[in-house]
Design a protein around this ligand. Sequence first.
Ligand SMILES: Nc1ncnc2c1ncn2[C@@H]1O[C@H](COP(=O)(O)OP(=O)(O)OP(=O)(O)O)[C@@H](O)[C@H]1O
Length: 527
Amino acid sequence: THESFDRFICDWSNDMLLLGSFVWLSHFIQQHWVASLNEFLIPLCFHYPLQALLSVHDMVSQKEFDPRLPPLPPLPDYIEKEEDSIKIVCLVKNQEPLGATIKRDESTGAIVVARVMRGGAADRSGLIHEGDKLKEINGVPMEDKNPEEIISILAKSEGAVTFKVIPGTKEEPETLDNKIFVRALFDYNPQADPAIPCKDAGLEFWRGDVLHIVSQEDDTWWQARRHSDADANLRAGLIPSRQLQERNTRAAVWGYRECFGVPLTLSKRHTGLRKSFRLSRKDSKSQHVRQKMGKGNAGIHLPIYQEVLPYKRKPDEPYRLVLLTGPSGVGVTELKRRLLLSDPEHFSVSVPYTTREQKKHEKEGVEYHFVSKHTFEKDILNHKFLEYGEYKGNYYGMSLDSVRRVVAESKVCLLDVKPHTITALYTSELKPYVVFVKPPSIESLRLSRRKAKVLSSQNEQTPTKIFTEEDFQDMITSAQAMENKYGHLFEKVIINDDLAMAFTELRDELTKIETDTHWIPNTWAHV
Ligand SMILES: Nc1ncnc2c1ncn2[C@@H]1O[C@H](COP(=O)(O)OP(=O)(O)OP(=O)(O)O)[C@@H](O)[C@H]1O
């Protein structure tokens, strides 16, 4: 294919750009005109206009300026008559890559500039464009050379190098909105991608990075910069387009299925209702609840790029819903409890529904909303519940209405959910901020959880027990599976090693999203 010939030209610079002598002269004037004007021209011009101008020319031309430019290379001896639009470009080599790729056009056999990386040396020069045909380099014809040979010629060249090119007929691309930002939902390492036309031109990024897309002209390879990179002039890098990455992901998913014959879903132990009722429930038997899934998104996602916009909460706007998720026993409930204790006026939890009998000390709407079985079943059919389950013949469920009530009170609603429930809450109305609580290494778990208790299994007598090795292993395996499947939905990952540190990190993050500008999906901005 064309792409296989697409190669990157490295170690080139446009520190000095010459387009014959004209470009050199304009560069010289640009660099020194202002200084010359102040120093020589103004005083002289007032007195002896013509003579002054000539003197200035002599003085300026004799003066030495830094950096000193290398001598101009001679123009090629003759230029074929039929090539009336030939262009001679002279660049001076330094350490910076040229920022362009070349390929052989299979239909014409010509060597053409395949891409010019935004912000790179070639782009800044404004003299080399996509589609330009490369005729000669330092007088050596390029027609019979393959891209590898050309790269070798360029690598061996030193100082000023002259390119003879025929300007491409490619029309100037439409000016796309250059303010497209996306959050990457997958990790990308160009060095490990055999499909990229040039590894050195690729941009490495990690899931969660915000990328500024500067070019989507090519269907398969976009150009982007990482938003976090301070230097906005940094050369853009190639990233797979959405279309290409979708293809790759689909291929990987089917490849996985064919190899292992299993669908990419979490095992039963990783799914299911878990925590949403816990804070209000005193008997700590949530894992006994027979789980049924509410309407969730069971399909395979193709997490590629999510278009994002900067967002800052206005004082009269509701707070973002905070969703806490993680494997069983990792400490989600504990972190939620600490947040509530730290500022009960600011943080709150939604009240679950149950069909069990109200106990004497309980108040309607505080621990639970107590409803009849008939009402609960009707609500299930009406898709009222985000999650619901059954334990010892009684239903328990968390409704969207309960969440909305907390949000309407101008409080931050803290909700712990299973990851599969996140998509049902992923709306512009609630703008959920999803925090994944992740276990540390097994060694750290052994150290930090020595005295901690975890909910015991259904068969055991006591509701809680000390963590076992198997619990730790389960926690880690489960966390990995959750990250694999739902990682693209996690906006923040907190490793819960030292509890106090994890809590501080969480609280600081929540303060930031309340007060600072941050990124949200652009679909949430248009309510
Ligand atoms: N960083 C930590 N260091 C030590 N103990 C911890 C830490 N985090 C949580 N724990 C303890 O681990 C136990 C389980 O925590 P917690 O109940 O919050 O887990 P969970 O994620 O809600 O899981 P489950 O849904 O199974 O209850 C509790 O005893 C808690 O105090």
